[in-house]
Design a protein around this ligand. Structure first.
Ligand SMILES: [Zn+2]
Length: 302
């Protein structure tokens, strides 16, 4: 635990007030200060902490988390945190050093690395994500597992609210059970429709819901693809009866036009971080629903 700055009150008086408030409002005072990295994690933690306190998200919405520069206020959030929940260094390599420097005393929980998380290797050689594909929140079964990890961690820091954290996590897991059933039903008719995604971020979703992705335009999160890879993708579009090529709001849309030109494929937008969805407790369900909705809209339009 980090030492906190105390009020300007003389020490005995502050101690007395602390004692009084400690008795009257123990749960609120004991609530740990929690930081998160990206919206999916923020949403899960928000749900588990409901009725106790709210976590603070570090990475700005709409930016790619793969490369990012912390603003001073975001660095301060890390410095003040008792617990940091984040995906892991495969998603945000730059954050590892920042956590060491700024949040060295905080309990750092890299969800991707927790036991019981389903992990897939990266699909393509030369992709920026070495080893494990970090976009693991797109498998709702991982989200369910992480709810338990989050609740256990919070309960350890804040035993007074342990029951509430566990009850909140249970309710959120049930909600995701319903979400999985609903999305399965929605995607029923499009399992065989071939499509291309912008960056290689969706395999957790594709595998969970049995979809037919046949390629990614960008093999790296940082760079535009080279002409050879674009030519390869254009061949796939022609040969595999590709129905849709999906753009992503964070990346260069001109690439999608290049891939599409002269083909009958349609276009849509997928966003693995649902940038325009408010990052609240409902975000996670909305994100998973948005992906299925956009896939169905484009894939069944032919
Ligand atoms: Zn990515």
């Amino acid at each position: 635990m980090k030492r906190r700055s105390t009020s300007a009150l003389p020490r005995p008086r502050a101690a007395l007030l602390g004692l009084i408030f400690g008795v009257i409002a123990a749960p609120a005072l004991a609530a740990p200060r929690v930081a998160t990295d990206v919206a999916p994690v923020q949403s899960l933690v928000t749900q588990v902490m409901a009725g106790v306190a709210e976590p603070s998200m570090v990475i700005q919405r709409g930016a790619s988390p793969h490369s990012y520069s912390l603003r001073p206020s975001e660095a301060a959030t890390l410095e003040n945190a008792d617990i940091v929940f984040w995906v892991g260094d495969e998603l945000t390599p730059w954050l590892t050093g920042a956590l060491d420097n700024l949040a060295g005393n905080a309990d750092s929980v890299a969800l991707l690395h927790t036991e019981g998380t389903l992990r897939h290797g990266v699909g393509h050689e030369g992709h920026a994500h070495e080893g494990v594909d970090p976009h693991a929140w797109l498998d709702p079964v991982n989200a369910q597992h992480w709810l338990g990890v989050i609740a256990d961690t919070l309960a350890r820091h804040d035993p007074a609210n342990a029951e509430r954290y566990q009850a909140n996590a249970d309710a959120a897991r049930d909600r995701i059970d319903g979400l999985i059933r609903q999305v399965r039903g929605e995607l029923e008719g499009v399992h065989d429709e071939a499509f291309i995604v912008f960056h290689d971020a969706y395999q957790y979703y594709e595998r969970r819901f049995d979809l037919n992705t046949v390629g990614a335009i960008s093999l790296s999160d940082a760079r535009d693809p080279g002409p050879a890879h674009i030519a390869e993708i254009r061949d796939i579009v022609a040969e595999r009866d590709v129905q849709c090529v999906f753009a992503e709001p964070q990346f260069n849309p001109a690439m999608v036009d290049t891939v599409l030109s002269g083909t009958d494929a349609r276009t849509g937008v997928l966003d693995p971080l649902g940038s325009e969805i408010p990052a609240d407790g409902d975000y996670y369900t909305t994100l998973i629903n948005q992906l299925s909705g956009r896939l169905v809209t484009c894939l069944s339009a032919g």
